[in-house]
Design a protein around this ligand. Structure first.
Ligand code: ATP
Ligand code: MG
Ligand code: MG
Length: 574
């Protein structure tokens, strides 16, 4: 696979291991279960699991589930499935789960089937107890300001904020009020727990940040056990500490939060050595939007059929489209890890997909827009089997038999009655080679009453197939075909990019205005008969057309549905 990556984060990890500061490297991937994972997450997954794998460590899959409002079990399940898919065969041995029901952050033993991911919500009791410790140390207070007042008092960068009038409550009063918040005595928004740090701090995140708020809402994992919920900054560093995470790797927007991360773990009696946060620049591919909130709108507004629609940039969409996880990894690792914010051309991802598929896809013959060819000098009722190459890049993949007979389907585009200059495919009076078969010549164009071409009558040079006396005769074009009597019909879904614009949201535009109205076209194609045995695990190149895979949801035995993964060449490049 990709050569061993090297970047500033791996350099830090290597130095920590070298110096003995870190005994065993533990990373984590901490999605919030408020949507499906997308291509951007793939970068984070490959980085966190990649580090664990290269340094003989482990990576915890943790649900960062501190906000009950938008989180759902469906999302938890999809995240587990998508992570397993993406790292399968590459880093599954470093994916760490915990024992079911265990809240200590203790890892499951190897081969233990009774496991689940880590949940930040499993630590609610401990986070609460830490909050009580902060109150007792005079480092946290209960504040009665409304959310609007809290924002206004915080002030803007460059000018100091204004302290809350509730900042100097006694420890006793704070303990009593926090206990009553927890007991459910107050409505949502009435009170918060805040750290007492510095209202004049140049970094606004350090101005007495919120630690807890009141939310009378059921939580997908803890049910009705809690009505106070910790905020991200408070919960994240402590979850890292509880799980023994050594390197907490996240995206750049958390850089300004790092002083708070450090303040919390440095002001509590957490186990040492404590975790440290490092930040890198997000993956921002062109031609897509990847924010979960917007992807949810795609689903809710019916622009796509669901989170796993093969046009979605979600991992489940990419999987259903037929894109192999190895291609996603090659891309997500290949873009590299820096602090430099930039977007990545979607064509880079498509290149990774084509490279992978060229190596592995089985070549097959399929006609997407058929027109009938009759070989008038080929005996009626006769069938012969010709050998077709499975994959020219993998000679050991061998050949398969394909049937040839008098009536064939070829691609409409491979015939021109009035050919443009340099048209080397079939034309009246012209010759073309049928791949793996004979050279044919078009003698007659048959039309219906409306003038539409319905049939091409041709003669074959019956000595021209492989091994025959005229097999080396040069004709300029080679086209694909299938035997009409043997072909199977299949629904084929031709997917294209969901956005026609590189930057769907440029100049403050709504991304809806950049949706490509031609991102899906459904046709019935004629396939060579071996494709009746197609499997979900295989990828196929319909020769000269594109790469395809069976649709995991809608395909059924005897009723195949193929998704176009990607065209053979970049049709978008200008
Ligand atoms: P979104 O904006 O799509 O909702 P998020 O950052 O809110 O994404 P999380 O579930 O919090 O989603 O993300 C889990 C992890 O994945 C975080 O550590 C986050 O930094 C990382 N991540 C999210 N988007 C990207 C991206 N585009 N590139 C790299 N890492 C990402
Ligand atoms: Mg987040
Ligand atoms: Mg988000």
């Amino acid at each position: 696979e990709t050569p061993k990556p090297s970047d500033f984060i791996r350099d830090i990890v290597a130095a920590d291991v070298q110096s003995g500061k870190v005994q065993r490297v533990i990373t984590r991937f901490p999605p919030e279960p408020n949507g499906y994972l997308h291509l951007g997450h793939a970068k984070s997954i490959c980085l966190n699991f990649g580090i664990a794998r290269e340094f003989d460590g482990v990576c915890n899959l943790r649900m960062d589930d501190t906000n009950p409002a938008k989180e759902e079990v469906e999302y938890v399940e999809s995240i587990i499935e998508d992570v397993k898919w993406l790292i399968g065969g590459w880093a599954d041995h470093v994916l760490r789960f915990k024992h079911a029901g265990d809240t200590s952050g203790k890892p499951a033993s190897e081969g233990d089937a009774n496991t689940e991911p880590f949940y930040a919500s499993d630590y609610f009791q401990q986070l609460h107890d830490y909050a009580v410790a902060l109150i007792k140390a005079g480092k946290a207070f209960v504040c009665d300001l409304t959310p609007e007042q809290t924002d206004a008092y915080r002030g803007a960068p460059g000018e100091p904020g204004k302290p809350s009038p509730w900042r100097d409550r006694s420890v006793e009063e704070n303990l009593d009020l926090f206990a009553r918040m927890k007991a459910g005595e107050f409505p949502d928004g009435a009170r918060t727990l805040r750290a007492k740090i510095d209202m004049a701090h140049p970094n606004v995140w350090m101005r007495d940040p919120l630690l807890y708020r009141i939310r009378h809402a059921a939580h997908h994992h803890t049910g009705d056990a809690w009505c106070i919920y910790p905020l991200y900054d408070y919960a994240h560093c402590l979850s890292d500490s509880i799980e023994g995470v050594t390197h907490s790797v996240c995206t750049l927007e958390f850089e300004v939060h790092r002083p708070l991360y450090d303040w919390i773990v440095d002001n509590l009696p957490v186990p040492q050595p404590r975790p440290h946060q490092y930040e890198f620049a997000k993956l921002m591919p062109t031609h897509v939007v990847i924010s979960k909130r917007k992807l949810l709108a795609f689903v809710n507004e019916g622009i796509v059929s669901g989170w796993d629609d093969p046009r979605m940039p979600t991992l489940s969409g990419l999987r259903r489209r037929g894109i192999p996880p190895e291609a996603v990894r090659a891309f997500a690792i290949g873009v590299g890890v820096t602090k430099f914010i930039s977007s990545t051309d979607y064509a880079v991802f498509e290149h990774a997909i084509r490279t992978n598929l060229n190596d592995r896809a089985l070549r097959r013959l399929a006609v997407l827009n058929p027109i009938k060819v009759v070989i008038t000098n080929y005996p009626e009722g006769q069938t012969e089997e010709l050998a077709a190459t499975n994959n020219p890049t993998q000679p050991e993949s061998g050949t398969r038999p394909i049937p040839f007979s008098r009536e064939l389907w070829i691609e409409q585009d491979d015939f021109a009655e009035v050919p443009p200059p340099k048209f080397f495919r079939l034309k009246p009076g012209g010759e073309v080679r049928l791949k793996y078969a004979y050279i044919i010549k078009c003698d007659e164009v048959v039309k219906d009453a409306a003038g539409k071409i319905v049939e091409l009558r041709c003669t074959a040079d019956l000595d021209s197939k492989t091994g025959g006396p005229t097999s080396n005769r040069k004709v300029k074009g080679t086209i694909h075909w299938v035997s009409a009597a043997h072909a199977i019909d299949a629904e084929v879904r031709l997917y294209d990019r969901l956005f026609h614009d590189a930057e769907p949201e440029a100049d403050g535009r709504d991304w809806r205005s950049a949706v490509n109205p031609h991102s899906l076209q459904v046709i019935t194609a004629k396939l060579e008969p071996s494709l009746k045995d197609a499997t979900l695990a295989e990828r196929y190149q319909f020769e000269r057309m594109a790469y395809f895979a069976l649709d995991s949801k809608d395909s059924a035995p005897g009723k195949p549905v193929f998704n176009r993964i990607i065209t053979l060449k970049d049709t978008w490049a200008k």
